[in-house]
Design a protein around this ligand. Structure first.
Ligand code: KG4
Ligand code: ZN
Length: 346
């Protein structure tokens, strides 16, 4: 059983974790959210500088929390794609240096494969094939999980990611950043039926709609128009009702596509990953629909839904146990299809 130390710096969390046998020995997450809050969103250059400042102490902390020395580590992993290039470079360069210094294999990890592995940390005996609904700030995908390193994207967003839609809607209502948790909290006090909003659909040339692809930019524009109209009519914006209506529409769109996909592909387990998996509306709708169709849904705990290095270490350990490792010439990529994961290994 491989013990892997992993570094995750693809976006705005500096994270380091050690995982063995799908069990977390330590997990350090240093969030940059307060730093980016003053800009209303992530500033890539600021993110890279923050990673440089925090990473060394996070690595030391992860080893100390696990009560391990480098001798006990079998491999060193880092997220290498997709993500902010400067931010990814900080983590991957550190991992390469450590791999060279301590003579350990390097394992580059695809960030979305990491999110899938949060489910293996939650249910260590989970067996593929299963369907993964990956909903984060940068991605909204339905992924057929065939085996470690083997994935097929069955559906995706054609414009904004679900988390991005939460963040943009929160910004247009002046609610702050990141928008997902703020909208989720407000929605719990609002009426989801207060404002009917359009669910984005992707038309097919032959007629009808794409069953698995989604679109959230039209929904965001509809919330903007509605907000502007309400602002002309009243001094106090009904933010709770707006949040609840928006959240229910996103949850409905995701639930409909996920259930259709699982049923059509004969997959009886749905694993959810990414920051939006923390959303209470999505959890409720998906859980209810899955139960009605006798499907199993796995929601990782909130700390594993958002970016963390434990999920990266877990994926890397599986690859290492299969003999996969990456060359020290490995680079970072801002975009990379999950179907190309095996290109990271020699
Ligand atoms: O997976 P993640 O930590 O980072 C990316 O890889 O993108 O996801 C962050 C995204 C943000 O857009 C944030 O607003 C959203 O996840 N998020 C939520 C919730 N918590 C985080 N969206 C909806 N409801 C939540 N409770
Ligand atoms: Zn993520």
């Amino acid at each position: 059983m491989a013990t892997v130390l992993a570094i995750e710096t693809s976006c705005d969390e500096t994270a380091v974790a050690i995982v063995k046998n799908r069990h977390i020995l330590s997990s350090v997450i240093s969030s940059q959210i307060p730093v980016h809050q003053r800009y209303g969103g992530i500033v890539p250059e600021v993110a890279s500088r923050q990673h440089v400042e925090t990473l060394n102490s996070a690595i030391a902390q992860a080893l100390q929390d696990a009560n391990l020395t480098w001798a006990a580590i079998d491999g060193i992993a880092a997220t290498c794609a997709p993500g902010l290039v400067g931010a990814l470079l900080v983590g991957l360069t550190a991992a390469k240096t450590l791999a060279l210094l301590h003579q350990k294999p390097l394992i580059g990890v695809h960030h979305l494969e990491g999110h899938i592995y949060a489910s293996y940390l939650t249910a260590p005996h989970l067996q593929p094939p299963f369907l993964c609904l990956l909903v984060s700030g940068g991605h909204t995908s339905l992924i057929y999980v065939k085996d470690c390193g083997h994935y097929e994207t069955l559906g995706q967003t054609r414009d904004d990611a679900a988390g991005e839609a939460f963040d943009k809607v929160a910004r247009l209502m002046n609610l702050g950043y990141p928008g997902g948790p703020i909208i989720d909290k407000l929605a719990q006090q609002g009426n989801p039926q207060a404002f009917p909003l359009p669910e984005g659909q992707i038309s097919l040339p032959e007629g009808g709609f794409h069953p698995y692809d989604s679109s959230f930019s039209g929904l965001k524009t509809a919330v903007l128009r509605l907000t502007q109209k309400l602002q002309q009519m009243t001094d106090i914006l009904p933010v709770e009702d707006l949040a609840a209506s928006f959240q229910a529409t996103v949850a409905k769109a995701l639930t409909k596509r996920t259930i259709a996909c699982a049923l059509n592909y004969g997959l009886d387990t749905i694993a959810v990953g990414g920051g939006v998996a923390a959303n209470s509306g999505l959890r409720h709708q998906l859980q209810t629909a899955a139960q009605a169709h006798h499907l199993r849904v796995l929601f990782p705990p909130l700390t594993l839904c958002t970016d963390n290095a434990a999920m990266i270490a877990c994926a890397a350990a599986d690859h290492l146990e299969r003999g996969h490792s990456s060359p020290l010439t490995l680079g970072v990529q801002s975009r990379m299809a999950i179907s190309d994961v095996m290109h990271l290994y020699s």
